[in-house]
Design a protein around this ligand. Sequence first.
Ligand code: GLN
Length: 221
Amino acid sequence: MSASFVPERWIPGERLTGAPVVPRPGPDAPVVGVLSLQGDVIEHLRVLRRVGAHAVQVKSAPQLEGVDALVLPGGESTTIGKLLVRFDLLSPLQARIADGLPVLGTCAGMILLSDELDQVEEQPLVGGLRVRTRRNAFGRQQDSFDARIEVMGIDGGPMDVAFIRAPRVVAVLDPTVEVLARVEDAPVVVRQGAIWATAFHPEVTGDDRLHAAFVATVPPR
Ligand code: GLN
């Protein structure tokens, strides 16, 4: 395994925060990557480990080839998009998604997966998800909020999630896009086959159910 993969026993920061070290994933656990160019990578790695996946960082095309699924984290979509271009990852990622790679985009990740943005300025997008999305649609950083929302297909009551300078889907462009949750009438969880996207951050509130549902759909190795 390449040296830049996350070490087996711990995730960076765990030893500093005292977060519990979760058991090693089993040999059949899916390898789920987290795109690690910018954003809240470690939080996703931790949740993925907690739900039994083998979680690894993805910063290069060879690393992308080694994963069974990929999370695109929250962060700054313009920065992540530019880095995807600079690290020669944009086309390989588009090709794998077209090939059916399960992907989960959260917040900036949702923006990157969108086929269209509701803005004039251009920015690099991965695309694949047939929606039009508006960035920062719930207001500025200081308007960020936590919420409890019902998500279709997630059992056990409403999910605890965080909206941080969150985007909003303003148009669903294809009937294959399922809307699994809404806030103020706007879709905030959408799924189009193997492509999942959330406007919020499910990885910072300790509610692991959406990641578990996503990982459960990853075909066995
Ligand atoms: N507003 C950010 C963007 O446009 C996304 C914020 C987030 O991921 N929390 O990329």
